[in-house]
Design a protein around this ligand. Structure first.
Ligand SMILES: [Zn+2]
Length: 354
């Protein structure tokens, strides 16, 4: 899927098939795909070569296959997991953070994460079924839909992830010899998501913030002040104005034209927000019902598992954004639902203009 740069497998031969191989994106900067057990198939770990040993941006999912891919990739670069000096993690999700504690154990490397996402790691300890049920009930899902979603989830234990050694704040410059990295706090996908900017190479290491094809989900709003979508939209213009030559996302493939991609993303979010606004104008609505309207089919029929959860969460995120704009308010229920305020119409013109 990579479009330029050298493309090597562990043996130096080009990779066949859909999965990208180890790819040089800049001198001394490599993209190393780590397989994931499900979609989107792989996470891209970026390896920064230094005289002291490699530094990584993101770590990959903690499976034996992932660990093997990391070890093989580093070996192809003439180094080893044991030589890693530092791991900069873009956010707490386990496809990015998962292997970091194991790398630290093998190498003594430090592991860095934004403080808000370090706190967020504790969420993985709690029972996934309890979290899913809480989301669906808050969205006003019918009880039989909650039961079915829990059946689909099956029994899965929580994951106890070891904490990072360091917290990285906005604009902080982590010490990576020979590289001029700046951490950029880019909340939205998670509360403490980080991108990394390298001005000499004009590359933006973007984590899950700006994927080339997929519109990523936002964190679930936890209280009345949370507006993950508003936070996210607020980060976009400053990133575009940096004019990166290359965006290095943690999934899919790297790409050059950030301004165009941000335009597409803004348009998509504005369109969905406009759908929510017109639903509210018709009367009170649950997040569950709005989630259906946000789909092309107009219904949640046939949707199961993670896609169902992501769609419901997206509806809640848009409603929380409208609340922050003063256009909607949440009514406890039962079922919990949302109502328009007088400001809705005033706000609506803006969504249609993107
Ligand atoms: Zn991810």
């Amino acid at each position: 899927m990579s479009r330029d740069g050298d493309r090597l497998s562990g043996t130096g031969r080009p990779v066949k098939g859909g999965r990208p191989g180890l790819t040089r994106v800049r001198p001394g900067l490599w993209s190393l795909p780590i397989p994931l057990p499900g979609p989107p198939g792989h996470v891209l770990v970026y390896v920064l070569e230094t005289d002291a040993g490699p530094y990584l941006v993101d770590a990959g999912w903690d499976t034996e296959e992932g660990w093997g891919a990391l070890a093989a990739g580093l070996k192809a670069l003439g180094t080893r997991v044991e030589d890693v000096r530092g791991v900069l993690v873009t956010h707490s999700h386990l496809d990015h953070y998962g292997l970091a504690p194991r790398i630290r154990e093998a190498s003594g490397a430090w592991v860095a994460l934004h403080a808000l996402d370090a706190v967020g790691l504790s969420q993985f300890r709690s029972d996934p079924a309890l979290r899913l049920a809480a989301l669906l009930r808050r969205a006003g899902a019918p009880e039989e839909a909650v039961t079915r979603a829990l059946d689909d989830l099956g029994r899965r234990p929580g994951v106890d992830a070891a904490l990072p050694d360091r917290h990285l704040a906005d604009r902080e410059r982590p010490e990576v010899p020979g590289w001029d990295l700046t951490a950029l706090w880019t909340p939205g996908h998670t509360p403490g998501h980080l991108c990394f900017w390298e001005p000499r190479h004009r590359v933006l290491l973007a984590g899950d913030h700006l994927l080339p094809r997929t519109t990523v989900g936002m964190y679930e709003p936890r209280d009345d002040n949370d507006d993950p979508l508003g936070d996210y939209l607020g980060t976009l213009e400053p990133l575009v104005s940096m004019e990166p030559d290359l965006v290095l996302p943690a999934h899919e493939h790297h790409y050059a034209d950030l301004a165009t991609r941000v335009g597409e993303l803004r348009h998509g979010h504005a369109t969905r927000t406009a759908v929510a606004a017109s639903a509210l104008r018709e009367g009170p609505v649950t997040a569950w019902r709005l989630a259906g309207r946000l789909r092309r089919s107009g219904t949640l029929e046939g949707l199961r598992g993670f896609p169902l959860r992501a769609t419901v969460s997206r509806a809640l995120v848009i409603l929380a954004h409208l609340r922050r704009l003063g256009a909607a308010r949440e009514v406890p229920g039962p079922p919990p639902h949302w109502k328009a305020t007088r400001r809705l119409e005033q706000c609506e013109a803006g969504f249609f203009n993107g």
